[in-house]
Design a protein around this ligand. Structure first.
Ligand SMILES: Nc1ncnc2c1ncn2[C@@H]1O[C@H](COP(=O)(O)OP(=O)(O)OP(=O)(O)O)[C@@H](O)[C@H]1O
Ligand SMILES: [Mg+2]
Length: 600
């Protein structure tokens, strides 16, 4: 369990395409009001930043001249203050709306992905590890949040400032600006090349980090097993290895990024210095005013800063494209088990007849060995059929198929005469109550756990179900009764208590078909007898399939089916099967022989 290798959950495709961001645009577009406000504020803030060099120009040309009128500079300084005020206010508004959109998009995206994941069939989660999907859902959406909420707006703002700055500079001095534009390609090309390297590396780095998250969840979730098998140091070493691998990749990424930063700064500021040199010559010859050159310096600093930021945000935007690509893949996964375009409605009222007709089934992950072979069984409405047989015979598989978690490769399964493949899986499952072999308890109160299949049930109904499952006594003893928190996976309950909770849940579900998979296996003989008694009452008027290892619990079934290696090897009543002296008689002998010393 803890040994499973960390593998990529989804096929590594070309995940980093900018077109992946379309997914995000779909979410952003849903908020046109906020988007307009954000864009307007962004443009206003960028333009007011660009107004600063203009103010500076006026101040230098009118104020910094010997003998200038002291009042003459006042309007220019007032202009500057007004610009600063506008800039401050617009920046605040932009920050608010852009961050708002970022948070909102991530909230919507998380919900959309989670809602979609809930529709996928179990095969998807056998192929893609749930823990890894969960960690991606948090880490990838965090990257997207960062981008939509920060990087995208930085990119946009700096693009506006960069382009606006160049236009402003061109107006001040076409000649100097021409020089600047000449050197830009020289600086941009190497930057683009390095950017591509950074992207490749950060992809690996993200995968590694997701792997680390999965590992933590897995090991901490199984902490008792880790500690009882005293494997702490091995787990620490394994985790250490994963963390170091993540660090090594991160180091490569930051090294390339550091080089990129050096390159950008050198090229951009070097070019500006050379251009200024030419500018200084122009001021000396008198073809430019000193205010203009001051404004030009300021504007080119803004432009340089803007392009610098743009190259940095470029990496972030690509990271987000990767993250969005993976979200897109999750959203694109199609369930193999889904309702057909026009599902056949199940007949009303529900009878609960279940029939297997020549069913052959292989689990998708084990195509070479069949779990069921030409399996035929017709269970009449209201009948109780027990299924017994050695471990691995295919008993639980029957339950998986009745609930249509998988489709058989051959034959067909019907519920009330309708082929399961023709019906809506939700309609099928709403006619079924199940107590699975492995009890599932959610990390919430006992109340919510019992009424999981019928959330509208009243507290009185919950108590009635709990009584029928003989769970009422221990529930009353819990510190806060039904409202007690049961711990992660129900760790605050004993195995038998968890099982009775699961039975109460199935009782409350009140469905025409009842599936019990070793429902009382964790109970002591006395509780088992009591619960068995209660279950027999429940089986009245319901179609029931009971799987049990302990034959004592299935004696009273209408029919007992003995399974071995995916086939029915015998069927009949307890007496008939004993008389036939086959596998059942052998199992019975073994069990009743070992049970005798206990009884004596
Ligand atoms: N999800 C799965 N993927 C692949 N193979 C599976 C899967 N679940 C069960 N199997 C295999 O199918 C066969 C039948 O399993 P099944 O769970 O039906 O046995 P069972 O009769 O319920 O056994 P037990 O009494 O131990 O619960 C086994 O060989 C098992 O290894
Ligand atoms: Mg089983």
């Amino acid at each position: 369990m803890a040994q499973a290798p960390i593998k990529a959950p989804l096929p590594p495709k070309e995940q980093r395409k900018l077109s992946n961001l379309q997914l995000l645009w779909g979410f952003v577009r849903a908020y046109p009001g906020q988007l307009t406000a954000a864009l307007t504020a962004l443009v206003v803030a960028a333009l007011s930043t660009l107004a600063i060099p203009q103010g500076l120009k006026w101040i230098v040309d009118n104020g910094f001249v010997a003998g200038a009128d002291t009042h003459a500079v006042r309007p220019y300084f007032l202009f500057m203050l007004a610009v600063i005020l506008v800039m401050g206010a617009a920046t605040a508004v932009r920050f608010y709306y852009v961050s708002w959109i970022g948070e909102r998009v991530v909230a919507d995206l998380r919900q959309a992905v989670q809602r979609h994941l809930l529709t996928l069939d179990p095969v998807f989660f056998e192929e893609n590890r749930p823990a890894e999907i969960a960690s991606r859902l948090t880490s990838d959406t965090a990257i997207i949040e960062q981008t939509v909420g920060t990087s995208a707006s930085m990119a946009l703002r700096n693009a506006v400032m960069g382009v606006g700055g160049i236009i402003y500079m061109a107006v001040q001095s076409p000649k100097l600006t021409g020089l600047v534009l000449l050197v830009i390609p020289l600086t941009v090309l190497p930057i683009i090349w390095l950017g591509r390297r950074v992207r490749e590396i950060s992809r690996t780095s993200q995968d590694r980090v997701a792997g680390v998250g999965t590992m933590v969840a897995e090991v901490l979730g199984a902490i008792r097993i880790v500690q009882s098998f005293t494997q702490e140091s091995r787990e620490a070493a394994r985790f250490g290895g994963a963390v170091e691998a993540a660090f090594a990749t991160a180091k490569r990424r930051i090294r390339v990024r550091a080089m990129m930063t050096a390159l950008v700064i050198t090229l951009v500021f070097g070019a500006i210095t050379l251009v200024l040199w030419q500018g200084a010559l122009d001021v000396i010859t008198g073809s430019l005013s000193s205010g203009t050159i001051a404004a030009f310096i300021f504007a080119s600093a803004i432009v340089a800063g803007a392009f610098g930021t743009l190259t940095e945000t470029y990496g972030d935007v690509m990271r987000a494209a990767g993250a969005a690509g993976r979200m897109q893949e999750l959203l694109a996964a199609r369930p193999q088990i889904a309702a057909p375009a026009s599902p056949t409605p199940l007949p009303l009222p529900a009878a609960g007849r279940v029939s297997f007709e020549g069913v052959t089934f292989h689990y998708p992950s084990r195509p070479e060995s069949a779990a069921l072979i030409d399996f035929t069984l017709d269970i009449a409405a209201g009948e109780t059929v027990a299924v017994v047989g050695p471990s691995g015979a295919g008993k639980s598989t029957l339950f998986q198929l009745v609930q249509r978690f998988y489709d058989p490769q051959g034959g067909c399964i019907r519920l009330d005469g309708v082929d399961l493949r023709a019906a809506d899986p939700q309609a099928i499952r709403s006619r079924i109550a199940v107590v699975p072999q492995e009890t599932v308890v959610f990390a919430t109160s006992a109340l919510e756990n019992i009424r999981y299949g019928r959330p509208e049930a009243s507290e009185a109904e919950v108590w009635a179900a709990a009584e029928a499952a003989h769970a009422d006594a221990f529930l009353r003893d819990l510190p806060e009764g039904l409202n007690s928190f049961l711990g992660e996976g129900g760790t605050r309950l004993s195995g038998g208590q968890r099982q009775r909770l699961a039975i109460a849940r199935a009782i409350l579900r009140d469905a025409p078909v009842l599936l019990l998979d070793e429902a009382t296996s964790a109970l002591d003989s006395e509780s088992e007898q009591l619960v068995q008694h209660a279950l027999e009452g429940l089986m009245q008027g319901r179609t029931t399939l009971v799987i049990a290892h302990r034959l004592a619990t299935v004696r009273n079934a209408d029919r007992i089916i003995v399974m071995d290696k995916g086939r029915i090897v015998a069927s009949g009543s307890h007496g008939q099967l004993l008389a036939a002296d086959g596998l059942y008689a052998k199992l019975a002998r073994l069990q009743f022989e070992t049970a005798q010393p206990e009884a004596a």
